[in-house]
Unconditional design. Structure first.
Lengths: 237, 246
């Protein structure tokens, strides 16, 4: 048994570092950008044509939160090749599995993070907006310099949650032929008839990855909250 | 000089300001007094366009705003460079140090070179008695210190007018005094100010002019002595209710 573990662990870790982590990181970065755009659209109070954008943003969040991630992966990878639009996609949309995976994971995590970011933006007191407007800032400067930095601190724990969730959800990519960590464990188990051992082993490696991420989260939280902890004086008044 | 002509504002069916016509002379301190809910804060916030009145004409220097028409964002930004606001709850930026709070506007709005802005910020901090606090975060300050930083932050923008919305209402008497001393100093330097306050003794001492607002109406608009010696029953009652006596 020990031999199986020492032989397969490096293979699993390599698959994890080569696919699981990069897919999760790339998807999360894209998802975060998407989340910020969607959240800003949804909290905007502009009228007219902008309300259509707000509607689209809400529809997107609803769609990706209301359907299973696995089904989304199947639609994008197995389904889109059959989306034949004459002139535009005469042969359907064929994506390689990595592209399909990253697109789906980004859109999915983006929908969840959009709600987190929206809540965090709204949690910054209106006095901060007013003080920034009062010194003559325009809306985009207020957001960039004053609101987003404070909102990110609030959003950090739930965003870390989403990221850790995403790292584990990448195991679903096995179903669209990506040879990520879980797929490698399945292949080894199929060859050595040790499913209990192999799946427990891969579970442990996921746990190690996520533990490291939790430490990273704690460190980031501490760093980003430094300004909230009084070290002298106090807030008397 | 700020001139208001027939300024009106309502929230829904609730009329907060009724045809206010007045002036705020430059290099002087105007104090706005009035009972809670009289509309005095709304009037002050309108001067910085944090509230948008529905009607009326607002003139400051050569900038004129007619509130019955939409106000362009450029006009709004121009106006906000002429007026600075100091809030009851300070509203310092908690994620920035004291020094960075002060240079934020000069550097990012006025495009002042950073080293020049820092130099000026240090002088301002010294003038409000907080030279040693430049690296502190707002959470490390007392309320009185925070409000003095907020005053320095507004002065750093070199505004024509500083608008103060109940600047000491959130402070203990001891901390209130340190803020009032700073305001008195600025007043003596001939900075144009408009202050909403409940502190009658302070109003009596610094105001060049009193604007008394009740139910959205300007019931008194004139020199300070005239207000405190007024024969108007409502004004007398108001002064009596705000002054401690047994």
């Amino acid at each position: 048994m020990w031999k199986i573990i020492t032989e397969s662990t490096p293979q699993l870790i390599v698959a994890g570092l080569k696919y699981t982590i990069p897919i999760a990181v790339i998807s999360f970065v894209i998802g975060l950008i998407l989340a910020l755009i969607v959240a800003l659209t949804r909290i905007s109070q502009k009228r007219g044509a902008f309300s259509i954008l707000r509607w689209i943003a809400s529809f997107y969040v609803w769609l990706f939160r209301s359907t299973p991630l696995l089904v989304q992966l199947f639609i994008v990878y197995f389904g889109l090749p059959y989306l034949i639009v004459p002139g535009l996609f005469p042969n359907g949309i064929k994506l390689d599995p990595y592209t399909a995976g990253i697109i789906t994971f980004s859109l999915n995590t983006g929908a969840y993070c959009a709600e987190t970011v929206r809540a965090a933006l709204l949690s910054v007191p209106t006095g901060q907006w007013e003080a920034a407007y009062a010194i003559g800032m325009n809306r985009s400067l207020v957001l960039r310099r004053i609101i987003i930095p404070q909102a990110l601190r609030t959003a950090l724990p739930p965003l870390s949650n989403s990221f850790i969730g995403l790292v584990k959800d990448t195991s679903l990519a096995a179903s669209i032929t990506i040879v990520e960590m879980f797929e490698v464990s399945q292949q080894i188990a199929a060859a050595n008839y040790q499913p209990l051992l192999m799946y427990t082993l891969v579970a442990l490696i996921y746990a190690v990855f996520c533990t490291v991420l939790s430490w990273l989260q704690k460190w980031l939280e501490k760093k980003s909250s430094a300004y909230m902890l009084p070290t002298q004086g106090g807030s008397n008044g | 000089m700020i001139t208001l002509e027939k300024l009106s504002k309502s929230f829904g069916n609730n009329v907060v300001l009724k045809d206010i016509t007045t002036t705020f002379p430059e290099k002087q301190t105007t104090v706005i007094l009035g009972p809670s809910g009289s509309g005095k804060s709304t009037l002050l916030r309108s001067l910085n366009l944090l509230e948008k009145p529905e009607a009326g004409i607002y003139t400051i220097d050569d900038l004129t705003i007619d509130f019955s028409k939409p106000v362009s964002s450029k006009t709004t930004l121009d106006l906000r460079q002429l007026t600075e606001m100091v809030f009851q709850s300070f509203n310092l930026f908690p994620h920035l140090t004291v020094l960075k709070n002060i240079i934020e506007g000069p550097v990012h709005v006025l495009k002042t070179p950073k080293d020049k802005a820092i130099q000026e910020a240090k002088q301002l901090l010294a003038s409000v008695g907080l030279a040693d606090k430049e690296d502190a975060y707002p959470a490390q300050l007392s309320g009185g210190q925070a409000q003095r930083v907020a005053i320095a932050r507004s002065l750093a923008m070199h505004p024509e007018y500083i608008l103060l919305d109940e600047p000491t209402s959130a402070l203990d008497p001891e901390l209130e005094l340190e803020v009032l001393k700073v305001l008195l100093k600025i007043h003596n330097e001939n900075q144009s100010m408009v202050i909403v306050t409940h502190n009658m003794a302070f109003a009596k001492q610094v105001a060049n002019k009193i604007l008394f607002i009740e139910h959205g109406d300007a019931r008194y608009d004139g020199p300070t002595e005239g207000f405190f010696n007024s024969d108007d029953e409502r004004i007398k009652n108001f002064i009596a209710s705000m002054t401690f006596s047994i």
